[in-house]
Design a protein around this ligand. Sequence first.
Ligand code: SAM
Length: 254
Amino acid sequence: MSLEVDVLTIFPHMFPGALGDSITGRALATGLARLRAVDIRDFATDRHRSTDDYPYGGGPGMVMRPQPLVAAVESIRRPSSRLLQLSPSGRRFDQRLAHELSTEEHLVLICGRYEGVDERVRLATGAEELSIGDFVLTGGEIAAMVVIDAVIRLLPGALSSSEAWRDESHSSIEGLLEYPQYTRPVEFRGLRVPDVLLSGHHGQVAAWRRRAALERTRERRPELLSAEHRAELERLARSSAEPGEPDHGRASGD
Ligand SMILES: C[S@@+](CC[C@H](N)C(=O)[O-])C[C@H]1O[C@@H](n2cnc3c(N)ncnc32)[C@H](O)[C@@H]1O
């Protein structure tokens, strides 16, 4: 049984790139694995086929819009698909996970660009966020190649006996994970942008983001929290019961 990999990207020409050579190139050529780059832009329904928009709440850069990405995911996903979204805020990719992914039938990798991806892509698709390390790349394509490379070489038959991986060695920076990002529309698949981000009140937006970042870091990477961060979280919990994570009310609309 071969592994199928679909990469969602706005730069499909980047693939297979480095994966086309050597062990991975051989695995692709012999059908051990199949790699397809899916152009996210093909799924944009607006006049300009845009894939990004300004961030709600202000700030630099652009955010990838949810509509084209979710449409692309829905066009290719099947019940056995494993959805992975490349993000510096995700679960850290490691060799254990590479082994796990090498047993899957179908991997779908979502590549972000700009300031990242509207939070509702993850919420609407259930994609798992995956980081290749505590650093920030320009886009998810190289990170996707890292993951695909590590996974393909573990497929039975990918390595010759002289290249065997069994004896290979494998195995933070201080800082908070990023707060959730949102762009238009205000409602998507019944999920609303938190009201504070629509308020235009810079102080409140900054406070919400700070708290969401602290709470997300505590949930996902508690070892990154300093004593000062923990004290700040305690102060926040005492001052208000409101959580940093948004309460996505159900509503209609795309
Ligand atoms: C410039 S980055 C966005 C970073 C985001 N503003 C943040 O601080 O978390 C653009 C895209 O590159 C990819 N990316 C960057 N660094 C990555 C990493 N360490 N692991 C996985 N993907 C990464 C993600 O797909 C991300 O959406």
